[in-house]
Ligand binder design. Structure first.
Ligand SMILES: NC(=O)c1ccc[n+]([C@@H]2O[C@H](COP(=O)([O-])OP(=O)(O)OC[C@H]3O[C@@H](n4cnc5c(N)ncnc54)[C@H](O)[C@@H]3O)[C@@H](O)[C@H]2O)c1
Ligand SMILES: N[C@H](CO)Cc1c[nH]c[nH+]1
Ligand SMILES: [Zn+2]
Length: 429
């Protein structure tokens, strides 16, 4: 039976008037009606940023590259190589094929990359240059011909390292523009920004909600909102490691949940003490503190099976397993965005360097989707060809009966035509 040692207060909610659904809807509507003028006005209001051109010129991109130190540039290249390597392996699992599924019937699948992708790279609270690797590199591995990337210039500061990462990842266009106005401009198109076919990338609650509302007019990858972590641990885990790893994700924002599910009451108590201690030493405690206070949870369960069941209920974006036999989780867990096995790895590796994608489902979306991957940029379309009269006649008769069972007379007649010798007209013609 589960016992809540620390819960998240149920009363924590958005302040009145800032519901992301209303905010996103209003900005999208304005961009739809007023194009660039609306984009500029919202960028100025929210980000104090309204340059002549939101799109960066080659000269500006080169200037950003010059401003970034050599080690950072080398690290960006290394991480992008790791992300590219994993994306290429995933790409290999997508294949075109054509097979004769029954005599005279050819069925095939083709993997066609999406034509134009808008990649959102967050930059409100932190310059999330890692999101450039995660959104743009797989798009290029997939073969997307046009990638337009957006990132905010909050307060007028140019995020040089993010711009460098976006450029080195292979973006074709870079816009210094953030928030709802950015994703709306990419999805709907404006006088100066050509619309894309699909939006990808993480973002805060406003950005994630805007993507959700734009879905349909444009494709989206998934609902990738405020970061979450859930740790499953037994008595073998080190409370210091557990505390540090919980807080690593809590610093994303005051709306980021961090949950410990453990079989050990002793570990739960020790972790609570360590979290308090480590919070006091964390430079970003102003964000992580409220996140832990409002969205931190510690749950004690009877055994690991129950721990896995609780983890599946939460369907957290990241699940970290700090137990004696962490690989057990591979068979037991169903709902997670990405899984981190054992204490030699951590969510920060996935976020920043290891090569898997850090754009992952939040708010329970892991019940029905995995994270961003190269396959999301590829449309798996199908085709068919019937190569013999006999196969056409056989399918025509089957189709005629199947369609009439549903009272689709027009469909049935298309089938009837194929059931006749070529050039003959059916009785109803
Ligand atoms: N799920 C994932 O895969 C994943 C990955 C990385 C980051 N994230 C999340 O991305 C988020 C990044 O958020 P961020 O804020 O730092 O950057 P962001 O770029 O997503 O958002 C900044 C923009 O939000 C807009 N904005 C801010 N306040 C607003 C308001 N009151 N009304 C309307 N618009 C407003 C501004 O225009 C600004 O440009 C975090 O929540 C983080 O957890 C999620
Ligand atoms: N934890 C975020 C969502 O997976 C990704 C990230 C990037 N940088 C830091 N964190
Ligand atoms: Zn993170």
């Amino acid at each position: 039976m589960r016992r809540i040692v620390k819960g998240a207060p149920a009363s924590v909610s958005m302040a009145a008037g800032v519901d992301p659904r209303t905010v996103a809807a209003e900005i999208i509507d304005d961009v739809r009606r007023n194009g660039d003028a609306a984009v500029r006005a919202h960028s100025e209001r929210l980000d104090k940023w309204a340059p002549e051109e939101f799109r960066l010129s080659e000269r500006q991109i080169e200037e950003s590259l010059r401003r970034v130190d050599r080690q950072t540039l080398a690290d960006i290249r290394q991480v992008q190589a790791n992300v590219r390597g994993f994306a290429e392996r995933q790409r290999a699992s997508l294949r075109d094929f054509e097979e004769e599924t029954q005599p005279g019937v050819l069925l095939g699948q083709r993997c066609i990359p999406v034509g134009a992708v808008g990649a959102y790279v967050p930059g409100g609270r932190y310059p999330l240059l890692a999101s450039a690797h995660m959104t743009i590199v797989p798009a290029k591995v997939a073969g997307v011909p046009r990638v337009a990337a957006c990132t905010p210039a909050t307060g007028g500061d140019l995020p040089h390292a993010t711009i460098a990462a976006i450029h080195l990842a292979g973006a074709d266009e870079i816009y210094l523009l953030g928030g709802v106005q950015a994703v709306a401009a990419l999805a709907l198109g404006t006088e100066s920004i050509q619309r894309v076919d699909m939006l990808v990338g993480p973002g805060n609650a406003y950005v994630a909600e805007a993507k959700r509302q734009l879905f349909g007019e444009v494709g989206i990858d998934l609902f990738a909102g405020p970061t979450e972590v859930l740790i499953v641990a037994d008595e073998s885990a080190d409370p210091f490691v557990v505390a540090v790893d919980l807080l690593s994700q809590a610093e994303h924002g005051p709306d980021s949940p961090a949950v410990l599910v453990t079989t050990s009451a002793g570990l739960a108590e020790a972790t609570l003490r360590e979290v308090d201690d480590q919070l006091g030493k964390l430079p970003t405690r102003d964000v992580a503190g409220p996140a832990w206070r409002d969205h931190g949870e510690v749950i004690v369960v009877d055994d690991l099976e129950e721990a896995f069941a609780v983890a599946d209920e939460y369907a957290s974006e990241h699940v970290q397993v700090l137990t004696r036999e962490p690989r057990l989780a591979l068979d037991r867990l169903r709902n997670y965005g990405s899984l981190f096995l054992g204490d030699r790895t951590c969510v920060s590796f996935g976020d920043k360097v290891i090569g898997t994608n850090h754009v992952l489902p939040t708010r329970g979306a892991a019940r029905y989707t995995g994270g961003l991957w190269v396959g999301m940029y590829v449309k798996t379309v199908t085709y068919q060809e019937v190569t013999t009269d006999a196969a056409s006649a056989y399918l025509g008769e089957l189709c005629g009966r199947a369609a009439r069972a549903e009272r689709f007379e027009g469909h049935a007649r298309s089938g009837d035509l194929r059931a006749q010798p070529r050039g003959h007209r059916p009785a109803w013609a």
